[in-house]
Design a protein around this ligand. Sequence first.
Ligand code: SF4
Length: 257
Amino acid sequence: MKFLQRIIFAIMEEQVQKSFIWNLWHGCHKFSEGCRHCYVYRGDSKRGIDSTLVHKTKNFDLPVRKKKGGDYKIPSGSMVYTCFTSDFFVEDADPWRGEAWEFMRQRCDLDFLIITKRIERFDQCLPADWGEGYDNVTICCTVENQECANKRLPVFIKAPIKHKRIICEPLLGPVDLTPFEIGKWACQVVAGGESGTEARACDYSWVLLLRDECLRSGVPFWFKQTGSCFIKDGRLYKIARHLQHSQARRAGINIIP
Ligand code: SF4
């Protein structure tokens, strides 16, 4: 068993090595309920940084940067997690986004993953050659509660995107995805609680509600992490940060394609 675990960890480590974070701009504006305890704001406040001042980072051109020998710094076939310290579609970044799309087009050998709460800005932020979407770009729409699902998912469904994921994180209440026929268009649903000292509770029954709909619809599901305050069978558990992912994994409810 230990040997098997070592192999699994080795595979996971291998995957981590092939993943990169591309924070091309930093800063954001709180937009909906899920932003209340935004980790960007939390981190910036400790360093005395004003999170509302959105600026390009020194890693803006990371995907196209090369080593001395001429190879790209990010090797072909990697997954690039994009814009974790802002929202890719935040208004302040409108002047820079065209160049960012250009990098993604140039690096069609990489997979880019973009998470947003601003899916309603998607149409006005696209490059001219987007068409039905770039093959190498996955867009993830965050819906933290039913209100956000009702508002954002109809827009997300219609948007020309090749790969769509729904992110229910931080999950702040029960979300019924039944009306949205996710089996026809979503490639994954991710659920997770909120972290930090002021975290709001995530109820396991909300996670199971999402999971059951995924099961009915044939959509992969990932219970990513419990968050800091987790309710199961009416009992509240405080979960330490380093255990939040492993506790979720232990629930054994992921639906793997
Ligand atoms: S959209 Fe994301 S980065 Fe922006 S304030 Fe909300 S949680 Fe923070």
